[in-house]
Ligand binder design. Structure first.
Ligand code: MG
Length: 413
């Protein structure tokens, strides 16, 4: 048998996977309704609808994800069917990620409710076992979001994923929601599983494996890589050979979130007059602001970049006490910054840019207080935001020229 390289024992990978995510969020959204129902199905309620997720209680009736809702209701007639609370799910997913990032910056979302974390090298930092860190992470997520996650850990992504399944499988026995495979135990852990447990082995592959009498990992272990390659092809054979020994990649890819949005313009001719520069600034600010709203963000920091004719690049930024999204807030802040840059050096400019950073997701805008009383302490009012959104809507319908601000129109003509 060809020996496989042992996974490097200093890698510490976790997979945090929310428990019955859609159901849990639906319960949080409606604590007195869905929140009190044990039998919950989230998904399409129409004749052709399918189950997105079912509560653990409903699963005991045989209800499964992707099953037609009609079939699910025959199995579990008392279940309450609710649509997927999409916005709340997106918000909760971000909140989970925020909580996880308190422990490591290297977080890779694998789906809306599953995140890989790389905690390599943190043992010294936290002075505790990976289990202990995972338990603290679990508690922190619960505190911050009201959602429970199961966490699996090990030296590779594969092991972490399988361990998370194990953590869910035995909620009663250990009750911790955490299962970590110690370094060196990967092969022993995987050897107890069915081949169908291994991610990537779907029903079709299971059927092929079955033709050779392979159902469990134990069944497949005696065959060396050449035999497996002969049966399933070179790539798949090698892949299977490695997986059943717990060998896989440890690489968790840090995927930064959108950190900033910007628009800049290099002028065909250098601009010298303040009027011209401020007109461009207005245009760029409006573009950045509407771009940001379209992506559902608010920003705390506005930065203006100016490249002088001699290629000196200067920047000025301002961080606001709270995130903003209305044109007015972005424009006013950008204007202050450009004035500051121009005061410091008044020369021709070849490039101007506006960017926003420290972005936060804009929560679902309240449609209530349309032009109602406002809290004077806020930087921008709901009215500002409503106007900006109305302008966005009109621009979507009629193109960007639908509405231009007075100054834009006046100076453009
Ligand atoms: Mg999940």
């Amino acid at each position: 048998m060809t020996p496989s390289p042992p996974p490097s024992s200093d890698q510490r990978v976790l997979l945090a996977d929310a428990d019955a995510f859609y159901v849990a969020v639906a319960r949080l959204v409606d604590p007195n309704g869905v929140g009190k129902e044990p039998l919950v199905i989230v998904g399409g309620s129409s004749n052709r609808g399918v189950v997105t997720s079912a509560s653990y209680e409903a699963r005991q009736y045989g209800v499964r994800s992707a099953m037609p809702t009609s079939q699910a209701l025959r199995l579990c007639p008392k279940a309450v069917v609710v649509p997927v609370p999409l916005d709340a799910c997106a918000t909760k997913s971000r909140e989970i990620r925020d909580a996880l990032e308190q422990f490591t910056p290297i977080v890779e979302p694998a789906s809306i409710d599953e995140f890989y974390l790389d905690l390599s090298g943190t043992e010294h930092l936290y002075r505790e076992s990976l289990e202990a860190t995972a338990s603290r992470i679990r508690a922190a997520v619960l505190d911050a979001t009201g959602l429970s996650v199961s966490i699996g850990g090990g030296t590779t992504r594969l092991i972490a994923k399988l361990a998370a399944k194990e953590a869910k499988r035995r909620p009663g026995r250990r009750g911790t929601g955490v299962f970590v495979v110690p370094p060196g135990q990967e092969a022993a852990f995987v050897s107890g599983l069915d081949l169908a447990d291994i991610p990537g082995i779907g029903p079709k592959f299971q059927e092929r494996l079955g033709r050779y009498g392979l159902r469990t990992v134990q069944d497949a272990l005696p065959y060396d890589v050449g035999v497996l390659e002969g049966w399933f092809g070179k790539r798949t054979g090698r892949w299977l050979h490695d997986r059943i020994r717990g060998v896989g990649s440890s690489h968790v890819e840090h995927r930064p979130r959108t950190k900033s949005l910007s628009h800049e313009e290099t002028f065909s001719e250098d601009l010298h007059e303040d009027d011209d520069l401020f007109r461009e600034l207005l245009r760029l600010s409006v573009r950045v602001a509407s771009d940001m709203r379209r992506r559902g963000y608010r920003a705390r920091t506005v930065t203006v970049k100016l490249r002088d004719a001699d290629f000196t690049t200067r920047q000025a930024g301002h961080t606001l006490p709270e995130p903003v999204s209305a044109d007015r807030s972005i424009i006013e802040t950008a204007e202050k910054l450009l004035r500051r840059l121009r005061r410091a050096r008044r020369t021709s400019a070849r490039l101007l840019g506006v960017s926003v950073s420290q972005l936060v997701k804009d929560e679902a805008p309240a449609q209530v207080s349309l032009f109602g009383p406002e809290d004077e302490s806020t930087l921008e009012t709901e009215k500002d935001r409503t106007i900006s959104r109305m302008v966005d809507d009109i621009n979507v319908k009629f193109g960007r020229k639908g509405i231009r601000r007075g100054a834009e129109v006046k100076r453009k003509t």
